[in-house]
Structures are given as structure tokens and as C-alpha cells.
Design a protein around this ligand. Sequence first.
Ligand SMILES: NC(=O)c1ccc[n+]([C@@H]2O[C@H](COP(=O)([O-])OP(=O)(O)OC[C@H]3O[C@@H](n4cnc5c(N)ncnc54)[C@H](OP(=O)(O)O)[C@@H]3O)[C@@H](O)[C@H]2O)c1
Length: 258
Amino acid sequence: MTTIENEPETRELAGKRALVTGGSRGIGAAVVRRLLHAGAEVLTTARSATSTVPDGAAFVQADVRTRAGAEALAAAAREALGGVDILVHNAGGARPHQDASAIPDEEWQDALDLNYLAAVRLDALLAPEMRERCSGRIVHVSSAAVLTPIGPFLHYTAAKAALENYSKGLALELAPFGIRVNTVSPGRVATPGGEATREEWARLAGGPAQVNADDTTPLGRDGRPEDIAEAVLFLVSDRASWLTGSNVIVDGGEFPRG
Ligand SMILES: NC(=O)c1ccc[n+]([C@@H]2O[C@H](COP(=O)([O-])OP(=O)(O)OC[C@H]3O[C@@H](n4cnc5c(N)ncnc54)[C@H](OP(=O)(O)O)[C@@H]3O)[C@@H](O)[C@H]2O)c1
């Protein structure tokens, strides 16, 4: 199993300043721990003040769904870190509904704001400073569910699909400035948000609360937040120096890639 404890401490991100959205639990918290372990200075954010932010990370309370929230976060990052070398937009998610027609207008907007526009706004605020330094790493967390969009989650997968398209274009625009932009698309990962969403979906469908991951995932288990954090670390490290505009799917082989 991948744990921070059995990873060699390379300090490959020593001197780097990282901003990770949604780092109070789940995948974001694992990313924060992984980047800290690799030597980065890390600021993270969530809407609620919480004791679950990993030790060693700075924390600022902010809601990234709004322009004001993104601006406050960028300002906090400049103040706490002096600038951002690595930006990981991880905060995301959406509640499932019975079918596409049952998704209320405000939840379409919410899904777009959280899963897509928050990344666009944060990038627009922080990439210009990366351009000046001719260096930067951006990772957007999408979802492998984009590959198989279904009605109950269309607000979510459509927003993530937009994020992936945008990420590719931004990567091309920023490549001449030494800035790499990549996407990580998790499959089914055991996190508080992921489990709550799947339970709600099962309730709506009238089925069992849990589908056995051994039956649906070729590698025979749900993902762990650390599995995703490892991919993020690789993408922001110099080991990925010729990777930009890529979408790394980390899903235990679950989703079809046609
Ligand atoms: N888990 C999976 O199976 C799975 C699969 C595919 C993709 N993903 C993607 O992976 C990412 C992380 O998912 P997760 O399962 O780790 O989620 P999670 O357990 O729900 O954690 C989400 C984190 O983001 C924060 N957050 C949520 N809304 C926010 C907002 N508006 N502003 C600032 N922070 C906010 C949460 O804190 P607060 O609630 O306090 O704000 C929390 O720290 C998401 O983009 C998700 O779409 C997850």
C-alpha cells in the first residue's frame, strides 16, 4: 500500500510554495500531506474551519465557488506563502439527482462554479505571477466519470468535462512560459465526500448502499486518497518535466477509455 511513511523522503519540492483547494479531508488532505512530505510549503482551504487539516499546512477558510472567495484565497496565498509555484484545484463534487431533468438550475450553477469556474478564476489570478517567473505547475482534479456521463450526475460530469477541455487549452497557452498544466481524473476513491455521494445515489436508485468495488474495479479495490496524491506529486515534480495538457486517469482500470 502507498503510504507517506514508506515513501523515501526526497524533498523534491523543497523551496516550492503550494496552494491546494479542499485540503481538509479526502483526496485534498492526502495531496497536502504528500506535498508537505516532499518538502513544499502548503496553504490549503475549505469552507469550514476544521481540525482535520494536515499538520504543517497553513489554512484559510474560503469558499472557492465565488469570485470573491477566489480573490480572498489568492490574496491569502500571497500573504502566507509570498507567491504560488504549485496550484492544485481539488475542491469539487455535486449531489446526485433522480435524473438530469431533476437537477435544479442553482445546482447546475453550483456544479459549474465549484468544479470548473473556481479553477478558471484561481488560474487567472495566480498564473500571471507564474508567467513572470517563467515557472509554475497547475493540476486540476477532474473525474473519470466524465468517460461515462449519466443523468443523475450530468451537472457534475459536464462541469468536469469543461474543466478538462479548458485545462488542455490553458496548457498550450502557458507552455511557452514554462508552466505545466495537467489534470488528474480519479475513479472511485474512498473519501467522506465520495462515500456520501454514492450512498445518496444508491438511495435514489432504491438499491444497496454499497456496490462491491471488487466486482467493478479490475484492480479489485476502491482507490485510496493516497493513490491520487501520488499522481499529483508526480505531475508537479520535475520528473514530469515533459508532461503538459495531459489527463492522468487513476481508477484501478474501472472506466472504459474508448
Ligand atoms: N472520491 C471520489 O470517488 C472521487 C472520484 C472522482 C473525482 N473526485 C474529485 O476529487 C476531488 C476531491 O474529492 P473528495 O472525494 O476528496 O471530496 P470530499 O471528501 O468531499 O472533500 C472535499 C474537500 O473540498 C472542500 N470544499 C468543498 N467545497 C468547497 C468550496 N466551495 N470551497 C472551498 N473548499 C471546498 C471540503 O471542505 P468543506 O466542505 O469544509 O468546504 C473538503 O476539504 C473533487 O474534485 C471530486 O470531484 C472524487
